[in-house]
Design a protein around this ligand. Sequence first.
Ligand code: GUN
Length: 295
Amino acid sequence: MAEARLIDGKAMAAAICADAARDVARLQADHGVTPGLATVMVGDDPASEIYVRNKGRQTEQAGMNSFRHVLPATTTQEDLLHLVAKLNRDPKAHGILVQLPLPAGIDVDLVMDNIDPVKDVDGFHPVNMGLLMSGRDGLRPCTPLGCMMLLEYELEDLTGCHAVVVGRSNIVGKPLALMLLAAHCTVTIAHSRTRDLASVCRQADILVVSTGRPEMVRGDWVRPDAVVIDVGINRVESADGKRHLVGDVEFAAARKHARAITPVPGGVGPMTIACLLRNTVAAACRQHGVILPTI
Ligand code: GUN
C-alpha cells in the first residue's frame, strides 16, 4: 500500500503568518493600529517558557507588539487577576494569553473568566465557548482552529465525514468536536476510557488524536484512506538514550494505512501559533471596528 501523504503544517502555518503580517501592515497604514499581544506566564515551566518565547517572537515577526509578562511561581491569584484587569484596560493589548498550566493554588477558571472576551485570543472564556457552541462568531481556540484549517485544506468539504476525536479537553477535544459538527461531520468524541477504542477509531474518516499519551493510537486502528491529525507532542527517550518528539499516534505504522497524516513535529504544532497571530489580528480589527476582507 502507498504511504500516506504528509500534511505540511509548517508550510500552511508560514502562509497564515504571512497573511497576518500583510493584514498588520494594512491595519497600520490605513487605520494607525498596531495589533498587540500580551502573554502572561507564571512560574518557570521549561516547556511553557519555550512556547511563550516562540509566541512572542512570531508576534513581533508579523509586525505586531508583544508584551511579555513573566511572574514568579509565588505569584498570588490576586496579583494575577490584578494584571489581567490592567491588560483588559490597556488599549495597546488587543489580545491576552495566560499560558497554562498555572501553578497550584491559582483558580484557572477564575482567571479565564476575568479576561475580556474580546481580547481572549485563546478562545477559552465561557462567552467564546458559548458562541462556538451556538455556531456564532467569536474567538476560537487556536489548536482546534489549526486542525480545522489542515482538514479543510486536505479534504475541502468535510460534509458527511465521520470524525472521531480522541481526547475531551476544553482546549482541544471538546471545541474541535463542535467545529467539526459545524462543518457537517458526524462526530464521535472518544477518550482513554472509551470501550474498544480501537474499533471506534477504525470507523473514522477523520481521526484526530489529542490524548497526551505517546503513540497511544496504534497504526492498525487507522481505517484505510482516513485522514489523521495528531495533536500530541511528547518528548520520549529511545533505547539509545536519545530524546525525541513523538505524537499520540504510532506514526510509522499509521502512515501505511492513512490517506494523509500530520507529522510530529511539523504538523499541528506550528498551526497553533499561526492561529494565535490570526486571532490577535482579528481581535484588533474588532476592537477598532475594522473589517478586513481576509479576517
Ligand atoms: N498551554 C498549552 N497549550 C496552550 C494554549 O493553547 N494556550 C494557553 N494559554 N496555554 C497553553
